[in-house]
Design a binder for this molecule. Structure first.
Ligand code: M6R
Length: 607
């Protein structure tokens, strides 16, 4: 979604605004802009497309000013264009906005009837016009914001810059995240601590319905008209601009970071010396839980799918999973004393957040698996299981997903121990399999050229690709297909191997590559049958298996890769790396924009 930044500085702020936008660009990248006050007047520079276009614009027409706001956009209302790029401004106020003003049409009709003229197609402009209308009625900026908060519906984070007010920025949030940074005679406000990291490590996080008045010497926060305190915390994020290292893309760097970040995550949840699971204190007695509900979106949802296999098999605990955007509207009855687990890299995906709110209203104990400790989902939860993936900049989720799987497996083992379905010997065996993961993933990464070859020779020229898996490899097939479509724009679908014959098999011909995710586990024979069914119809088979699997089926496939041998329980984590590499190298061969694929955004803060 959109990234926003505001700075009250002592020196020209435009370079700092652009620096912050570079850190936020992964969130949305269809246009960007900055606004400052020059001799008290609002001045803007905006550009369609990537941030480099804005930088070029600023090089031609520099923007002075020691107070300003900036924005990088993922379009919701109005196509990506300079006209719709933020800051959206009148002569009195300029606004940067993340989220959606749901009642924008009603407000627009009202404001148009007052004689106001709209210059953009955005929902954001109603905020600028509404504030202007209030300011023209002699309200102060503070009064105008407080009154506007009562009129706006939807999820949003906003920062406003006021004409003639070199000393003032006002931010407001409902649903979308907003953090305030404290400098030395300078103040900052932005989407997250990452955006503020180069400027300050002293950060406070606004709560829903807060509005914050920033002046050069501090910040006052209000809910309605009541002042509230928001503690200042020390952010541990690095001030250095995130780099790609020696890698061509953030995604490739993040794929390669997996052995390390999985190691870090294991360190938090396992004791390697005793080969035992070490979970933080949790408000859940697994032995008394009758059912778990899990919810998430996209790749994080596939983590829930894998975890369902683990919780049901290892802890004999029934798990219901549903994509978050459907979950709350279905209004499912949830059992008394139930547990709801939300999984989210960003911790701010609004569908997941709202699903969790629904579960809270149903009196569930809320657990979350998130990568951002101060995120809205983390703060709503009764307990947080942090992944240690570090910032994930590539839009396609990679290391976030595999670390989510590590955390969820540790939780499932801990539930199994509490419920008496796993013995101490089982725990040791499973812990050992997890401890081996970083080394096995490294071995897989060392075979990168094999993935590149398959991507170039078999996948990149295809119009459609199918992925098959069974058991816990089925969600890996879904994830492989999602990664391929996100990155390469090739149509791809994942299916449970056994489901093929019930319809999708009609798609098979010699132009459709079929990637089969098939570690030799208890149901290998079943996926082997599905493999044969595809082969009998002339499908181009790409086999991902281990040595034994490749020995058995490899000769019948168009191409195959033998992954390292590994305990089947952790195989979904290892095989995920394989499908990530296939998607990455296919996209590379097609020349698509890997880190910022078209139409996507990293954090989805709108419904
Ligand atoms: O931040 P979250 O984990 O909540 O995000 C959920 C999905 O939007 C995300 O996983 C998305 O599907 C990615 N683009 C997948 O690569």
């Amino acid at each position: 979604m959109c990234g926003i930044i505001g700075i009250i500085g002592k020196a020209p702020v435009t370079p700092l605004l652009v620096d912050a936008l570079k850190r936020l660009e992964y969130r949305g990248y269809d246009s960007s802009g900055v606004a400052t006050l020059v001799n008290g007047h609002i001045e803007r520079r905006r550009a369609e497309g990537k941030l480099v276009n804005l930088e070029a614009r600023l090089a031609q027409a520099p923007l002075p000013g020691i107070i300003g706001i900036g924005h990088t956009r993922w379009a919701t209302h109005g196509k990506p264009s300079e006209r719709n790029a933020h800051p959206i401004a009148t002569d009195r106020v300029a606004i940067v906005h993340n989220g959606i003003i749901e009642n924008f049409q009603e407000l627009k009709d009202e404001l148009t009837a007052e004689g106001r003229r709209f210059d953009s197609d955005t929902d954001t402009e109603v905020v600028a016009q509404l504030l202007t209308s209030y300011l023209e009625r002699q309200m102060s900026p503070e009064e105008a914001i407080a009154k506007a908060m009562d009129r706006l519906r939807g999820a949003f984070a906003l920062v406003a810059l006021f004409g003639g007010r070199h000393d003032l920025l006002i931010g407001a949030r409902r649903g979308s995240s907003l953090a305030v940074g404290y400098g030395d005679g300078e103040m900052y406000i932005g989407t997250d601590a990452l955006a503020l990291a180069p400027f300050t490590s002293r950060v406070s996080y606004l709560e829903d319905d807060d509005w914050a008045v920033l002046k050069a010497d501090g910040c006052a926060v209000y809910q309605g008209t009541k002042p509230v305190e928001r503690p200042i915390k020390k952010s541990g994020l690095s001030g250095a601009l995130m780099g790609k290292g020696n890698h061509q893309h953030f995604m490739l760097k993040e794929i390669h970071e997996q052995p390390a970040v999985i190691g870090d995550t294991l360190h938090s949840y396992l004791d390697p010396a005793t080969r035992s699971v070490r979970m933080p204190a949790m408000p859940v007695d697994w032995s008394k839980v009758s059912r778990v509900t899990m919810t998430a979106c996209g790749t994080a949802f596939y983590a829930c799918m894998v975890a369902k296999y683990w919780f049901e098999k290892l802890a004999r605990l029934p798990v219901e999973i549903e994509v978050a955007s459907e979950f709350r509207y279905r209004e499912p009855p949830l059992p008394e004393g139930g547990v709801c687990i939300a999984v989210s890299q960003s911790g701010e995906t609004v569908d997941t957040l709202e699903a969790l709110r629904y579960a809270k209203n149903q009196k569930q104990t809320l657990l979350s698996v998130v990568n951002v400790p101060e995120s809205a989902i983390a703060r709503l939860s009764n307990a947080v299981l942090l992944t240690r993936a570090g910032p994930e900049i590539g839009v396609a989720s990679t290391k976030a997903f595999t670390t989510q799987l590590v955390v969820l497996l540790a939780a499932a083992i801990s539930a199994g121990l509490a419920r008496g379905t796993l013995s101490r010997a089982d725990e040791e065996r499973l812990a050992l399999a997890m401890i081996e993961l970083p080394a096995r993933i490294n071995e897989t990464l060392n075979m990168e050229e094999d993935y590149r070859r398959i991507a170039e020779n078999t996948l990149a020229g295809a119009r459609d690709v199918l992925y098959l898996g069974r058991g816990a490899s089925y969600p890996v097939a879904l994830e492989g297909a999602l990664k391929l479509k996100e990155l390469s724009y090739i149509h791809a679908e994942g299916y449970a191997g056994g489901e093929m014959k019930h319809g999708p098999i009609a798609l098979i011909d010699d132009a459709v590559p079929v990637v089969v995710v098939a570690p030799t586990d208890a149901i290998f024979d079943k996926i082997a049958s599905n493999f044969e069914q595809v082969r009998a119809r002339g499908g181009k088979l790409v086999l991902l298996s281990d040595k034994a699997g490749v020995a058995r089926l490899g000769a019948k496939a168009e191409t195959s890769i033998a992954l390292p041998d590994i305990d089947p329980v952790v195989a979904p984590i290892l095989y995920t790396v394989a499908v990530q590499l296939l998607a990455y190298y296919t996209a590379l061969a097609k020349g698509t924009d890997i880190d910022q694929p078209r139409n996507l955004a990293k954090s989805v803060t709108v419904e």
